[in-house]
Each structure stands twice: as C-alpha cells, then as structure tokens.
Design a protein around this ligand. Structure first.
Ligand code: SF4
Ligand code: SF4
Length: 450
C-alpha cells in the first residue's frame, strides 16, 4: 500500500511549548567518535535485572563479542564495544549516582577496530520467539532515554493483540537531535527494523510520529516508505511531552491508555526510532548494540555535535572531543533539560540510554526563589495526564504521601511540565519524584510483610 503524509497536524491534549534550541545541532551530520583508552560497561544500564558477566580479568575481547548474558527475562546481553583486554571488573560510578558493577576494557592498540563477526541475519526464516531472543541477546533497550529492554515490549501477552506499531520519532525534549539525525541518515535500517518488528508483533500497520520541527525527516521518511509496506508518517504539532508513550498514542491514534494500563491494552506497541534503526542494523550486519548516537549540546560546550559514541566511553572524553566545557558551565545533564539527570562526576560512562549530553551555563541554572501557590491552575492546564499538580504539591510539601495516592500521583509521568509553567517557581516534579519513590518503597515493604 502506498504511504502518504497527513495534511493536518495531530497532537494530544494539554502539554507545554518550551523553546526547542535544536538549531545548535540539527544540521550536523553524525560523526564517529574515536575509541577511548578504556571503556566502562556497567552491568546494569537498563530497567530490570543486571546482566550476568561471563568474562574474567585478563580475557581478550573482540568488538561486538558478548561479555554479559541476560540474567532473566527482563534483562539483556552486553557486548564489548571495542577490541581489547578486560582490565578489571569492579564497582564504578554510574550516571544514576550509584556504584554499579562494571567491566573495564582496555583498548588493544594493535588490532584493527572493526566488527569481528559481520554477517547478515536471515530474519525472514526465523520465528517471532527466535527474533525476540536475538534482540534480547543483542542488548537492545529503548534508546530514547527510558532504557526499558526492547524485547519485553515485543512479547505480546496472552489474549492481547498488537495491531499497530508506532515508531517514536518525536524527540520532544528541547536541545536533542540524535533521533532526528538517525531518521535522516539511517532510513534503510529503520525500514528493515520496522519490517522485523511487524513480523514479530503480527501488526497490520505502522506509523512514524514526528514533530513538525523536523519537517525534513517527515518529508524524507514519508517519501521513502517502501511500496510494499503498510505505514505512514504522521506529522505532529511540536509539543512537550509528546514523546511519552501514552501521549504519542493519543496524538497518533486518538486512543487513550487508561490509568494503570499499558499501550498493548489499546493494541499498540511503541518503539523509539533509534532503537528500531539499531535493530535493523543488527539484522543487516550482525552488530549488537555497542554504540549509539548522542547529541552533545547546550550553551556550555564549545563545539556541539551529534556523535556516534561507543557505549562505555567516559563522559570526559566526549566533552574533550567537543572542545571542552566553557568557563561558566555550571551543570552537565544526561538527557534533555526537562527530564535529564544532572551529573556530579564527569568520569561516568555513556550508557545505552544516553540520548544527549546537555551543558548549561550559570545563566540557565540560576535557582529561583520559591513563592506560595497562587492557585492560577496553569499546572493543571499543562499536565498531560490530567492530574492536579497544585493539590499534589501542597500534599507533598506537608508530607501527606498517602493522601497523594487519592489524587493519582502514581500516574504522574514526571515530565516536569507543571514545574515549567509554575509562576511561583514551586519545584513540583522534584517533589513528585521523591514522593513516588517513598510510596513505592512503602508499598514494597507492605507487600513483603504480607
Ligand atoms: S504532575 Fe507529573 S505528569 Fe503532570 S505535569 Fe507534573 S510532572 Fe508532568
Ligand atoms: S502553577 Fe504553581 S502557582 Fe499556579 S496553581 Fe500550579 S502550583 Fe500553584
């Protein structure tokens, strides 16, 4: 069936319009970052159980060779992003602030840094379960930032039906352009990845959702959908947080995922465009997920770029390659400004889920004085999941966490839209993150106590 472009711009209800600041990197082609002297591969860089290490200190490893296996269903394989020697296996700082067991690989100076086992995979003759297993062992996670193991979403539960695949090409966080560049530069991988996922899911149609601040990607992918594929590119209004699964499904298909339910409950599976390109590439060349495109940007970095970075590269090496930080740089985040995580240690490694590195200066990071709530309800208008952040904020401030459950705090997607619009500078999302973590801990304790 012929593909076509939508004439009207779709979107979800509520949300906000932060400035996009993507001009710094949107026209910069992807550039390959040279290998560092050492890479640090944390055994946990995804949601779920850490991978199980299968190498030992002193082992020689080749680029693409498996070094850790999945330790359960919600777990993935991990591979050596460059050839070298396992120097140590030790606890190292993780971008999430914790210490995590990691495999340290020292670069082999004399071996060519080419992929050791290049071969196309015969995906058309494999079953859905075999394909899912290859994706799990290939180490795929959501590259948009969530790092949820890809294969888990592809295993359709009994009694459910995945009719539609939505490719998430929204990239709604300001500053980031890594997905944008992948969509322009790796369309062959994206369409192959889509074919494979459609086969696994038995889905009848795919949609590629892209915001209209990436018109070149909308046009390019729309014009190049292969004639035998049933899909379309859906041009979306530019709005945050449209990259959140539930918002994207509402924007593209006008289907609402009910509270506590999953996309599959409305017959949809969503996968990030970069993840799909990576899967396409694995089936074309046999290369597992050992590198990813990262946007390095913000007013605090000398030379912004879109780089293809080996997983495990130290953040310091990436920053140095981009000319280093400016003198007045105050904060470095993994991810975008709305949901990104500030880093206190610049030696942490780039992870599979690192979509961007944002460097902000004094000007952007000034802490504003907090004032009392004036009940303007701007936060209520902004919240994409129809919560009352004003009420929730008041409960969080007085530590009435149990009461927050009645106001559906667990449905909060932590997008930060409410904090962004609040004229009283109340750090709403920060309070909600803490409240949710405490409530989860409390619920786990209660469950354990029976
Ligand atoms: S309450 Fe949660 S979901 Fe709603 S706007 Fe705030 S952070 Fe986003
Ligand atoms: S936006 Fe801020 S000031 Fe306005 S109602 Fe919400 S919490 Fe109160």
């Amino acid at each position: 069936m012929l593909s076509f472009l939508s004439n009207t711009l779709k979107t979800f209800r509520h949300g906000i319009h932060p400035g996009d600041y993507k001009d710094l990197t949107r026209n910069l082609s992807i550039e390959r970052l040279p290998f560092s002297e050492e890479l640090t591969i944390p055994l946990s860089q995804h949601l779920g159980a850490p991978s199980k290490c299968i190498v030992k200190v002193g082992d020689e490893v080749k680029r693409g060779q498996i070094i850790a296996k999945p330790s359960g269903f919600v777990s993935i394989g991990q591979h050596a992003p460059m050839s070298g020697t396992v120097k140590s296996i030790e606890m190292r700082h993780h971008p999430n602030g914790k210490m995590v067991e990691s495999v340290i690989i020292k670069k082999d100076l004399f071996s060519p840094q080419t992929f050791y086992n290049e071969h196309a995979m015969d995906w058309e003759n494999l079953s859905a379960d075999e394909l899912i297993s290859l994706i799990q062992h290939g180490g795929f996670v959501g590259l948009g930032g969530a790092a949820f193991p890809t294969h888990v979403k592809l295993k359709t539960p009994e009694g459910k039906n995945a009719r539609f695949l939505i490719v998430n090409g929204v990239e709604c966080e300001p500053y980031l352009t890594s997905d944008h560049r992948v969509m322009l530069e790796q369309s062959e991988d994206i369409f192959l990845g889509i074919r494979i996922l459609l086969k696994i899911l038995g889905a009848e149609k795919f949609y590629i959702g892209i915001e209209n601040n990436k018109q070149d990607a909308i046009d390019f992918l729309g014009e190049n959908i292969p004639e035998d594929m049933n899909g379309e590119v859906v041009a979306l209004q530019t709005k945050y947080p449209q990259g959140a699964e539930k918002m994207l499904i509402e924007a593209v298909l006008k289907r609402e995922v009910p509270s506590g339910k999953l996309p599959i409950d409305v017959e949809v599976v969503v996968q990030n465009s970069g993840t799909i390109a990576g899967i396409g590439m694995m089936f074309r060349f046999g290369q597992p997920l050992i590198e990813r495109v990262v946007t390095i940007t913000g007013p605090g970095i000398e030379n912004p770029a879109n780089l293809l970075v080996p997983i495990g590269t130290p953040l310091t090496d990436v920053l140095e390659h981009c000319g280093g930080l400016k003198e007045n740089t105050r904060q470095v985040l993994f991810g975008g400004p709305m949901m990104g995580a500030p880093q206190s240690d610049l030696d942490v490694p780039i992870l599979k889920g690192t979509s961007g590195i944002l460097c902000l200066t004094d000007e952007e990071v000034t802490i504003k004085e907090e004032f009392p709530c004036i009940r303007c309800l701007r936060c209520v208008d902004a919240c994409p999941v129809y919560l009352n952040p004003s009420r929730l904020g008041a409960l969080a401030k007085t530590r009435e966490y149990e009461g927050m459950l009645d106001f559906h705090i667990m449905d909060c997607v932590e997008c930060g839209s409410c904090s962004y619009v609040c004229p009283s500078n109340i750090p709403l999302v920060q309070r909600f993150r803490v409240s949710k973590a405490l409530l989860r801990e409390q619920q786990a304790k209660q469950k354990k106590a029976g």
